[in-house]
Design a protein around this ligand. Structure first.
Ligand code: PLP
Length: 286
């Protein structure tokens, strides 16, 4: 089955899908993106992801390329054409194509939009969740507006590569005060020795993960003690459990930070239960 991408109004073979060299996303990372999980053919938490897309676009003053209803049609059609039952759908919107100049192009420049979908290996993800993943820590060096889901991801790319080279799956950024902000593409959580789930508040220094929002609701509903506050790397090292969240990994247990085991070095019961129950709290839209 050949893959199909949606590019500015056309469904094209993936290998031929291309964007102009003067697209502002390519030139300046002047664009935003979203990723939704696809499960059983349904889009997971699409409403929340599209709300955040609107917020990111608004923050950069990029006019949405189409209505939400039209975008949902494109997302579903891209998922359908790629016969994705379980996987991801990716959308990217940029400020469009214009003669290269840092300042915004004329207001009537249409935004560019690309949508792709791909399958994910469910069994491999579950196998990974059964063993847990390792993370490393790095100084926070991203621009402060990390609340906008922009495609300006160079620090995240370098962090992820450093994690890979260290035999880990993720890197946790640590701010000047010694607090963990978030992962290169995930939100960061710990469970204290006393059983309290802790994650940084989403008002500064992190992207408000949709998975994070749902897991907060889930944890409350399941009766866990919960604190939204910054935590230090030292606290993370002393924690009973740690985990990361994102639409692409759901709740993924962390078993080591900078080579040091978290808890007993195995996926913990809280992270495992939150993973197992996640879809009871997520929204399905078909
Ligand atoms: N933090 C960063 C920097 C991310 O890039 C992502 C997802 O790509 C997340 C957190 C998790 O967000 P979500 O749960 O909406 O996938």
């Amino acid at each position: 089955m050949s893959r199909i991408a949606y590019v500015n109004g056309r469904y094209v073979p993936h290998g031929e899908a291309s964007i102009h060299v003067e697209d502002r996303g390519y030139q300046f990372a002047d664009g935003v993106y979203e990723v939704c999980e696809v499960r059983g053919g349904a889009l997971i938490d699409a409403r929340r992801h599209l709300d955040r897309l609107d917020r990111s676009l608004g923050a950069l003053r990029i006019a949405p390329p189409m209505s939400r209803a039209a975008l949902l049609l494109v997302l579903r059609e891209t998922v359908r054409r790629n016969t994705v039952r379980n996987g991801m759908v990716y959308m990217q919107v940029t400020r469009g194509v214009a003669r290269r100049d840092h300042a915004f192009p004329p207001a009537d420049t249409p935004a560019s939009i690309v949508v792709t979908a791909r399958r994910s290996d469910f069994a491999a993800q579950e196998a990974l969740a059964a063993t847990g993943v390792k993370v490393i820590s790095l100084p926070e060096n991203r621009w402060p507006r990390v609340d906008i889901k922009t495609v300006g991801l160079l620090p995240n790319v370098l962090a992820k590569q450093a994690a890979k080279e260290a035999g880990a799956r993720e890197a946790w950024f640590v701010d000047a005060a010694g607090h963990v902000t978030e992962g290169a593409s995930t939100n960061a959580w710990i469970v204290t020795a006393g059983g309290t789930i802790v994650t940084r508040p989403a008002d500064a220094g992190i992207l408000r993960g949709i998975t994070r929002t749902v897991v907060l609701e889930e944890a409350r509903a399941l009766g866990y003690a919960l604190e939204e506050r910054p935590f230090t790397l030292a606290e993370a090292h002393a924690a009973a459990e740690a985990f990361i969240t994102a639409a692409s990994t759901l709740v993924m247990p962390v078993i080591a930070i900078d080579g040091q085991a978290v808890g007993d070095g195995k996926p913990g019961p809280v992270a495992t239960r939150l993973r197992q129950r996640f879809h009871d709290f997520a929204e399905f839209s078909i």
